[in-house]
Design a protein around this ligand. Sequence first.
Ligand code: G4P
Length: 551
Amino acid sequence: PAATPAESTTDSPSAADGRRASEVTREAARRRTFAVISHPDAGKSTLTEALALHAQVITEAGAVHGKAGRRSTVSDWMEMEKARGISITSAALQFAYGEHVINLVDTPGHSDFSEDTYRVLSAVDAAVMLIDAAKGLEPQTLKLFRVCKARGIPVITVINKWDRPGLDALTLLEEIENQIELQPTPLTWPVGIAGDFRGVLERRTGEYIAYTRTAGGATRAPEERMGADAAAAREGEAWTAAVEEAELLSSDGSDHDQELFLSGFTTPVLFASAISNFGVAALLETLVELAPSPPAFGWGEEDETGRHLQVREVAAPFSAFVFKVQAGMDTNHRDRVAFARVCSGVFERGMVATHAQTGRPFATKYAQALFGRERAVLDQAYPGDIIGLVNANALTVGDTIFLDEPVSFPPIATFAPEHFAVASSKDAGRFKQFRRGMEQLDSEGVVQVLRSDLRGNQMPVLAAVGPMQFEVAEARMESEFGAPIRLERLSYTQARRTDAASAPALEAIRGLEVLSRADGTLMVLAPDAWRISVVERDHPDLVLETLLAGG
Ligand code: G4P
């Protein structure tokens, strides 16, 4: 509509731009985008529910899921997903907490996890490391932690299930410090040993937060705050013990330091019982107070220290990068949904952005957020938010879309595969479809496709972080490309990167095989870590670079 003269004087384009920029800055500042990293059964689903209960759920983008029958499974993706009652793919849950908006980006919880789990961590600004008090650090937690560390994501630790008998609190902290070289700085300290959880001592204030159990933890657990004297009178020795241990921590230098936390040297620790909602409010407070809001993203060329020379400020025009692509969610319309993290500006449904990789326009008129079964429409999103772009056939993992000023974010790191299988077309007459499908799955990052002259084009090696990626590949090759495949598992478990100079020598070593990725990267496959260490010892001149995580 034409502006009236009065409007045009107060509302010049530059004034409108300025207003928009400050609105985006404000919206970004109140957002926290994080993921939970944990081993299966540590209580991630329970914690997610507890967080949603405390806060007010705004949206559920994509699949939020629990175990079969635990709660309604909101995703009805592939049959195999239904059969197993798990979610293979992941999206995000958004909720309001006070003045803040929290985006919890889901990591698939199954032990058979895939590269998607790792990629999710490229879309978050912080991670919550959830530990079972009885089990301590477990393998999957460690793997995910390593990705956080490599990416420099600050980590908040939650020790869960304190209502059940478990390890001693100091022992758990020692384990974190010794195994992953992260200095724990407890914000709360439990009153009562594991199995007798009465409340926590808040170290910052020295106050006691007493917990009261509610039936089944179904509502917010009432918390009662009191001073040290009241706490001593109420809890007696349990309080005295907590105070003594907390003093010990302070003399040890285990106090929170925001700068050390943000740079990944320390981790604030909270004690909780997700099932009874204990400690959940403290986690939300911690996220709001300590976790970073969406930062400006670096891109473009790097300097000697690996820092990107260009920066996309949050208030800059819209930009987002795709961190996962999900295909075949809707069996009626074989569509692709690209999940993207907004990095700058405002996303508005209907806008036509530019796809950085092709320079082509990308119309978002079909862009929707997936809210459970119904695809509710998402109208606006700000930095830190996750959007689901429907019909995103042109987009693949790592791609950037933007408005106005061009930007192309760096690709998402690929991870060390641990599972390998030779793929071949069941029907030799469908080789063209087979090749097209393989290329597509490779570019989407469903599996990595490796080739060598030795094996030829007809029998590429598929490489995956988790074996479930093979099942997804098999299902899609049949249903989407009409080229059913046969998979023959190989006994390799290790992959390293090498270069053209080292390749011939490595290939000559018994048990090793060298293959190349579509981007030209040379990969050495080995049966086990022991074989790699022998080669490293005997041939120190050969290049055997570790890939991110798992390797
Ligand atoms: P996950 O998503 O990390 O795999 O874990 P999930 O939340 O499904 O929790 C795994 C099990 O641990 C569940 O028990 C859950 O009830 C229990 N749990 C989670 N948090 C706590 C806690 O703070 N205290 C205690 N005592 N238990 C907790 P389950 O028997 O496998 O399932 P269910 O039948 O109880 O639902």
